[in-house]
Design a protein around this ligand. Sequence first.
Ligand code: MLT
Length: 273
Amino acid sequence: MRTTGNDIEIKVNGITICYDDLGEGSIPIVFIHGFPFDKSMWQPQMDFLKKTNRVIAYDIRGFGKSTADNEEASMGLFGDDLIKFMDALFINKAIICGLSMGGYILLNTLDRYPNRFEAIILSDTQCIADTSEAKEKRKKTIKQIEAEGLNNFTELFIQNIFCKESLNDKKVLVEKIKKIILSTSSEIITGTLNALAKRHEMCFLLREISIPTLVLCGKEDIITPLIQSEFLHNNIRNSIFHSLDAAGHLSNLEQADEFNIHIYNFISSLSIE
Ligand code: MLT
């Protein structure tokens, strides 16, 4: 029998995944959060879409309330967790939405398990791998966190993920995100930075995608810039693309109403019951 509600725990792939499962619908929408956040970053989408759809948001291993084991983090491992999580919930196919690292996990998993995807939403993400400069930067960040903890990393990260308007006008949101980052273990953050640096380029996959695809991106995203979303859109057949004004990397939170409407319209256009 299906368990619905918030903060449900389930054993998957040797760890405990914590998730929210709300609303009704034959094909659920599964939300994968970015780095280094947790499932609560999908709150506005869960609240809005649960009225019309079954919506699931889960904490990636080590983040939020999900546990981790000693396995080295990688997009492949995160993707295996996703598929085993869907298996455990008896979900054969889902509409999967990933933001940033959530999008990297989505593409990695779509390549290996195409039959588990009904449609995809790629938000503020990209298919390229890290450049050698980006890899070096991640290495430096890992060393910095190991030496001094998360405070400076978090301050700088916050300045980069929100657009100027959000930093000035959405202080409650900014504080909430800061708290999420600071409550994550340093080892999980450094382990995931290493996984991000080692991730493979997935751009070869774009031309093979034939399922309905929505691409969304904040116009002021400087982590995964608009040009990367335009590239996704230009290379995925029949994909739909919207860029959001006054939004940086966390477009789903910075312009939640607009983001929700784009998802709602996209889902409504799919021929599913
Ligand atoms: C994310 O938001 O998931 C990360 O910032 C992505 C990245 O650093 O490449």
